[in-house]
Ligand binder design. Structure first.
Ligand code: NDP
Ligand code: 8X3
Length: 251
């Protein structure tokens, strides 16, 4: 039987590229995000290849997360693969200058939102004793960098939750693994710098960054192994990047 994947943050970047690759491989899709217009466009594009259902919600809205996931039609109700991808950095400031609204956004979206969606899906996976959860962390969740502070903390939390989920779900045969990318050219920096596209583009200039498709390839590799293989944790950099702060712009 064809598998069904629920992907959060499918309106852009890594989530969108993952949805496209999953569709190429016949995986049925539940694509999620706040921007309903983008979800509908993507649905039209991918419906030629697979069955697609859209769910528009803000992962911060606990009630709506549960209501929307409970509202899935019968033929999409079984979720075999959950890709916890929705997330962003908001701002890049020292701890003393940070904006508390940015802090709320990062903790509420990257950590609490991931937890709400996971909670809404895990119950059916434990009942069936099968499922696969992919958590999108970051190199920001492996090492702190200057001015990264709360984004770092949110991604350290994702790293911890990935481990914790794997421990707790082990007895149910549920696979859990994380991908931790370095610099990926998506809308990420546009969000981080609040629509300052020039500043955002500057992040990716002078070297070849990762592209969303590179991360999608890795996610697809993880979910297409035999069911006895669980890839637990992967860190992926562009070749030009050695750490959060070392990027070779002379390559
Ligand atoms: P994008 O900004 O391109 O995509 C972010 C996605 O998250 C969008 O689809 C957006 O959808 C969704 N999203 C954001 N906030 C919410 C919310 N409140 N509720 C629901 N969905 C939300 O960035 P990326 O593709 O790069 O980011 C995807 C993941 O990868 C994130 O977790 C990010 O932290 C991580 N990552 C990114 C890296 C990079 O360099 N790009 C590196 C390492 C990790 P919408 O706005 O429609 O709701
Ligand atoms: C995104 C990569 O280095 O901007 O998580 O934190 S970085």
């Amino acid at each position: 039987m064809k598998k069904t994947a629920l992907i959060t943050g499918a309106t852009s970047g890594i989530g969108k590229a993952t949805a496209e690759l999953f569709a190429d491989n016949g995986i049925r899709l539940i694509i999620c995000g706040r921007r309903a217009d983008r979800l509908e466009t993507l649905k039209t594009q991918l419906s030629e290849k697979t069955d697609v259902h859209t769910l528009s919600f803000d992962v911060r809205d606990k009630k709506d997360v549960f209501a929307k996931i409970e509202s899935l039609p019968e033929d999409f109700a079984q979720v075999d693969i959950l890709v916890n991808n929705a997330g962003n950095a908001h701002g890049l400031s020292s701890i003393q200058d940070g904006d508390v609204d940015d802090w709320d956004a990062m903790i509420d979206i990257n950590v609490k939102g991931l937890l709400y969606v996971s909670k809404a899906i895990i119950a059916q996976m434990t009942e069936r004793k099968s499922g696969h959860i992919i958590n999108i962390g970051s190199i920001a969740g492996k090492d702190v960098y200057p001015n990264g502070n709360v984004y770092n903390a949110s991604k350290f939390a994702v790293n911890a939750l990935n481990e914790a989920m794997r421990y707790d779900l082990n007895e149910f045969g549920i696979r859990v693994g994380a991908v931790h990318p370095g610099l990926v050219h998506t809308e990420f920096s546009e969000v981080r710098f609040k629509g300052d596209t020039e500043k955002a583009e500057g992040v990716y200039q002078g070297y070849t960054p990762l592209y969303a498709e590179d991360i999608a390839d890795v996610i697809f590799f993880m979910i297409s192994r035999r069911s006895s293989v669980n890839i637990a944790d992967l860190v992926i950099y562009p070749t030009a990047q050695a750490s959060a702060t070392i990027v070779n712009k002379n390559l």
